[in-house]
Write a protein that binds this ligand. Sequence first.
Ligand code: ADP
Ligand code: MG
Length: 246
Amino acid sequence: MTEILRVENLRKSYSGFLAVGGVSFSVAKGELKALIGPNGAGKSTCFNMLMGQLKPTAGKVFLDGEDITGRKPRDIWRKGVGRTFQITGTYQSMTVVENVQMALMSHHRRIFSLGPRAWKIYRDEAMSLLETVAMKNQADRPCSILAYGDLKRLELAIALCHKPRLLLMDEPTAGMAPSARIELMQLTADIVRDQGVSVLFTEHDMDVVFAHSHHIMVLNRGELIADGNAAQVRNDPRVQEVYLGG
Ligand code: ADP
Ligand code: MG
């Protein structure tokens, strides 16, 4: 399988404290891969280094074979690495479809050049993205009245506006009810399958992880202790000891 992302010996220390202790892994094209681990394991630190938000103390990040280590977040984003945030960043007073249209305009850098006409141009594309995340029937509702789970799906549609090759989702289902978690991951798995995008996500809920991920990595105290399919990870004694509590 061709890899889209390769991480070599990535390390981050905060004045002597090793938050991420030299991890190496890769994500294949069209793969839905999970990074799990207890609180404080270093998952967000890893993501922030991949996105350029945080400078690694050591190590390398390659996107499609190109060294992107230490590049600015905007450069990395332009190269096709998208991300969803734990805090939702939608415009509350606008409708669902308007939020997607805004993101499409921003992607095509046309907000100022087109003015009101742009709204018409991007409506169809926005509606089709809303269909992808099963929110077409909520297109004309203001974001301020959306349920939390719907906001997360909208956020996913907004991330897709930028046509990412790789999407990083840090705890996408945080704060959601168990059934909504499974639903969002099912949707993400469909998007991976249909759009050929690769997704790397972090998650707490084991059921979600084992049900939908192609591969699972386990991080503990900044160290990668497992990297394999659900069966391999579930049966790994180190994983059982530190994560599954058995
Ligand atoms: P996770 O996302 O897996 O819960 P984090 O990556 O947020 O873990 O944190 C990993 C470790 O690094 C934690 O022990 C956390 O306290 C520490 N840490 C994170 N950010 C900083 C920082 N800016 N300064 C010092 N320590 C930090
Ligand atoms: Mg985190």
